[in-house]
Design a protein. Sequence first.
Length: 202
Amino acid sequence: MPGSKNIRQGLMWLVIGAVLTGLSYIIIPGGSFIFFYGALLVGGLQLIVGFGQSVAYSLKGEEGQKKAKAKGLMKAIVESMVSVALADGEVKEEEVKSIVSIYKRLFHHEISEDAVWSIVDSVLKNVDFDIKENLADVKSILDVSTKKIIVRASFFVARSDGEIHQLEKDVVSDIAVGLSRDADEIREIIDDDIRAAIIGNP
């Protein structure tokens, strides 16, 4: 559900601010305390933004929600593949071409190189970008088969240059974790050949 990430993080900052304020009252003698307004303000604002996103999504209606889901899914898929390409710190032109080709082959839709570069730029500009956190917004609307395809698409990007590096393996694992609700689903969405390549045979 759109907004869920901001709601979670907003609640987290509100709890942190409240706990720190409470602890300062206990620790500082004389009934004084430090009001951690920064954490509370950030948490409150992020919570409002999250609720706003959630309400806006609910008001779109069924057709609007379908379009929003499709757009969010496309962004999550490409962000996953871009995250793998960025494992070594940069995205090469050949990798963007691979992402376009893999996306078309697995999802039967076209995406332009410009659209991929735009997502690369947005990821690079977001210093707090975390693919596991970003996938949390879409994993609840995806079935297992779609999650498996996203993991496979990311794996194909990792091996597009003929060799899978450890950092790329780590990102593919993070993507699987971000898409999964629990450990059982992680095992379910990683196919045996991918598991052997990124984790190794048990």
